[in-house]
Design a protein around this ligand. Structure first.
Ligand code: ZN
Length: 138
């Protein structure tokens, strides 16, 4: 497993429409994607600084993990995403070392990345989820 860098920071918000202006117009960060990931119950907006992205996450139904997160803790940083070179080998290496991942088969996230999350019980002092993502090869 090779970590290539911080891909993005996921921020849970009540409303992308209400929060996007800060990132887009106050900080002037390019909004590069707006996408719904139905199987995760979220709508997302991506702001690309050129060295790491900010991903705003809004629940599209009350059962989604983001809805539950906001109900419990309020809006805020939900996860840190690390880019990996090969997500299948990363998952294999982690699980062989007793680290739990949420998707043992990577799912497809925003921008077509193959993703999984490391289970919070395995990340100790890190109070946010850690996501791993592999860019699809063209
Ligand atoms: Zn993410």
């Amino acid at each position: 497993m090779k970590i290539l860098g911080i891909e993005h920071i996921g921020v849970a918000v009540h409303s992308i429409d209400e929060r996007a202006a800060f990132w887009e117009y106050v900080l002037k960060i390019n909004r590069t994607a707006t996408e719904t990931v139905a199987d995760q119950g979220v709508s997302t907006a991506i702001f690309d600084t050129g060295k790491g992205k900010i991903e705003l996450l809004e629940a599209i139904d009350s059962d989604s993990p983001i809805a539950k997160y906001i109900a419990k803790r309020g809006p805020g940083i939900h996860h840190i995403c690390l880019e990996v070179d090969d997500i299948s080998s990363a998952i294999k290496e982690l699980t062989e070392n007793g680290i739990s991942v949420i998707n043992e088969t990577p799912s497809v996230g925003v921008e077509g990345y193959f993703i999984t999350f490391i289970h919070p019980r395995s990340t100790g002092g890190v109070l946010v989820l850690v996501e791993l993502a592999q860019k699809q090869k063209p």
